[in-house]
Write a protein that binds this ligand. Structure first.
Ligand code: ZN
Ligand code: ZN
Length: 266
């Protein structure tokens, strides 16, 4: 099947390739469409995100690439919206909603930067109770879905990027599963995100296998997302992910076209 990736970072945020370099790589890979999703501006950490004054330039570059390459590939102007960002949804073809920070007592904890940041968050913000941190994270995922009604839920269980919990087990799993049920009331489409595999943190994509099966059981939909920060990783682990998606019970994946999302049989 021809792949599409809707989770792409460029030099506008923390990616290594330009918009144009990513489009050329996607065409070389035989991809049918490519969506850009640079990080929305977060005032609590400006080191990795777009600045508001660059939003217009970002859109112009994506639209220029659509103009130049549109006969070979469909190109979309999306954004990865963080919980702590505000933006105008009508400016974008689609929105991926993600949670990257927990803020407590005026302190900002990045939850996907490293295990040490998470350990500090557990100690400082939750008195050593790691499950309380998981509860907070997942409640923010569900809350953002309710407030924003995004097109896609980004890296649903990224809180376990560094293996603090056993995937799919015990109370951690129950917290995640409850949050999935709540999130699905507002957004049915989750991404199967391979970004942490490309960077050597995980062996399986988000959501974890049991959560992915639950998503299928609950009537959710999936899109593929590589969370790519380099043009050569645009379709990283996609073939394997289709097998995992099938094994979880799905018969199709969702793909964005100029007339909206459509289902593609797998
Ligand atoms: Zn993210
Ligand atoms: Zn991302």
């Amino acid at each position: 099947m021809k792949f599409s990736n809707l989770h792409t970072h460029t030099t506008f945020s923390d990616g290594k390739g330009t918009v144009r370099e990513n489009v050329i790589s996607a065409i070389e890979r035989g991809m049918v469409s490519l969506g850009f999703s640079d990080h929305s501006f977060t005032g609590c950490d400006t080191s990795y995100c777009m600045l508001p004054e660059d939003y217009g330039k970002y859109k112009a570059e994506v639209l220029a690439a659509r103009e130049e390459f549109g006969d070979r590939i469909s190109i979309f102007h999306g954004i990865e919206k963080d919980y702590f960002s505000t933006l105008n949804p009508s400016d974008y073809d689609y929105i991926i909603a993600s949670v990257h920070y927990i803020i407590e007592g005026g302190k900002v904890f990045a939850i996907d930067h490293g295990r040490s940041y998470q350990d500090e968050c557990v100690e400082y913000a939750f008195g050593g109770d790691s499950l309380a941190m998981a509860r907070r994270y997942f409640s923010m995922v569900a809350e953002q879905a309710r407030l924003v009604k995004p097109d896609i839920i980004g890296h649903f269980d990224v809180i376990n990027k560094f293996g603090m919990f056993r995937d799919d087990e015990g109370e951690y799993y129950e917290i995640a599963a409850d949050a999935m049920r709540e999130t699905l009331r507002y957004c049915k489409r989750f991404e199967v995100n391979t970004g942490a595999i490309a960077r050597g943190y995980k062996e399986k994509p988000y959501p974890s296998p049991k959560l992915l099966s639950l998503l299928c059981e609950l009537g959710g939909e999936v899109v593929l997302g590589s969370d790519s920060h380099r043009p050569e990783n645009l379709d990283f682990y996609f073939r394997e992910s289709v097998e995992l998606i099938r094994a979880a019970g799905f018969k199709s994946i969702s793909r964005l076209t100029y007339s909206g999302f459509e289902s593609v049989e797998i």
